[in-house]
Design a protein around this ligand. Structure first.
Ligand code: PA5
Length: 429
């Protein structure tokens, strides 16, 4: 994987960073790398996630699901317990005979529609919650279970649970004797894509798990004490430095449909990890070339508050554009759609550079398991590095937990002061 920061350095205008400033920042990167390496060696909470490519056992996960032969896998989870699986399966399982669906919201219209459309007799449900207490996930699972029962399906034969050591979901799995896998110790939800959490559905869809983990291991091997020697740190350091200079928005813009959900996964990683203590860079999601015809106007000519991150694979499948005798379209004939998409990609970079707006290019070797594993790992490492530079607690999410407790409390699921605060606020309105 290649991270090219040249277009972030090119501009003197804000937000921009000079090579000298980056050299100074590199001393802090070296210190941060020391802390990260120590955290990994000690398996400290959060840092342990960077050991997953080394520790996760692809064969064990494949064995755990080998008895299933579904037409569809339904992930029931939310946030970090769903986005990794969505991202990996969308990127890598496009040709699989098994479809992947996710219930990561509790919109009744959506849930009803999906359950009506799915052939539940041919669906395996993967229920994922690290805490085992998340209301949305548990409620959705109860609804799915009921729908399966109503359809005459033995749900207990078609359900796999992935959860932490204790909690209501673990209890339910034990009571119902469901196959239950562990969320590895020390791994926060949004850093769990390369564990059971993200890999179980991928295994059922025939994705090359070992390739994904090998890509992650290549990322771990590339961690170094200088941003100039480590693509992940180059990305994290430049994003941080640009935010400090006014790029408070980071627009993640893959130029490949298979990574559309990756932008959503990245948004969660960046926002939930770094949005702390009054700071953090707001992630935005875009898809090239589609959003080149909408958001690029803002990125190039709107407020000078953005870093645009463009992502593409170095190789694309063929899809030739037929020749035509319409004179004005002759330039297209005989080209390939991939060549056109790459031209759009380069045009976006050039357009931003011409207006002195920073961008970073991330290039994957291919849209394959190794490259996607490397991308996920490197973005996680970039985020951990950025967290060190900001000086925040990267691996907690108190604001998210506040909302979870408030919602549970409002439904009578516990005595939480957060729920009282909501009740008081509502009375004021
Ligand atoms: O990254 C996180 O910690 C969150 O996004 C969680 O993954 C999300 O809230 C779901 O939590 P749980 O897995 O406990 O159900």
């Amino acid at each position: 994987m290649n991270v090219d920061i040249g277009n972030a350095l090119a501009s003197e205008a804000d937000p921009g960073i000079s090579r000298d400033d980056l050299d100074d920042l590199d001393e802090r990167v070296a210190d941060a790398h020391d802390r990260i390496a120590r955290g990994m060696a000690d398996d400290d909470f959060g840092y342990a996630a960077l050991n997953l490519p080394e520790r996760a056992d692809a064969a064990e996960i494949e064995d755990a699901v080998a008895g299933f032969d579904p037409e569809a896998v339904l992930t029931v989870g939310i946030g970090g317990s769903a986005l990794g699986a969505i991202t990996i399966t969308e990127a890598l399982a496009g040709d699989s005979p098994v479809d992947h669906y996710a219930l990561d919201n509790v919109d009744p219209a959506h849930v009803n529609r999906l359950l009506d459309d799915l052939d539940l007799a041919e669906t395996v449900v993967h229920v994922v919650s690290r805490s085992g207490t998340t209301a949305e996930t548990l409620a959705n699972f109860l609804v799915v279970r009921d729908a399966m029962e109503s359809a005459g399906v033995d749900w207990s034969e078609q359900t796999v649970v992935t959860t932490g050591e204790a909690g209501p979901l673990r209890e339910l799995a034990e009571t119902e004797d469901l196959p239950a896998l562990d969320v590895p110790e020390g791994v926060p939800g949004r850093f769990s894509a390369l564990s059971t959490v993200g890999l179980v559905p991928a295994a059922m869809m025939g994705v090359d798990l070992e390739g994904l983990l090998a890509g992650g291991r290549a990322g771990a091997d590339a961690l170094a004490d200088s941003l100039y020697d480590c693509p992940a740190y180059a990305y994290g350091a430049v994003a941080y430095a640009l935010d400090e200079r006014g790029a408070s928005v980071n627009a993640m813009m893959p130029y490949v449909e298979g990574l559309e959900s990756f932008a959503e996964w990245f948004a969660q990683l960046w926002a939930e990890s770094l949005g702390k203590d009054g700071g953090g860079q707001t992630p935005a999601r875009a898809l090239g070339a589609t959003d080149q015809h909408s958001q690029l106007q803002l990125y190039r000519a709107g407020p000078r508050d953005k870093l645009v991150t463009v992502v593409r694979p170095a190789e694309r499948p063929d899809c030739a554009i037929p020749e035509t005798d319409v004179a004005d379209l002759e330039y297209l004939g005989g080209q390939d759609l991939g060549t056109l998409l790459d031209a759009e990609f380069e045009a976006t970079e050039a357009s931003l550079a011409a207006a002195e707006r920073p961008s970073v290019r991330i290039e994957l070797d291919a849209m394959d398991a190794e490259s996607v594993g490397r991308l996920l790992f490197d973005m996680e490492a970039a985020c951990v590095l950025a967290g060190e530079l900001y000086g925040v607690e990267t691996f907690d999410q108190p604001a998210v937990e506040w909302g979870k407790k408030a919602a549970r409390g409002l439904l009578g699921g516990g005595d939480f002061e957060e729920a009282d605060a909501v009740a008081e606020k509502t009375e004021l309105v």
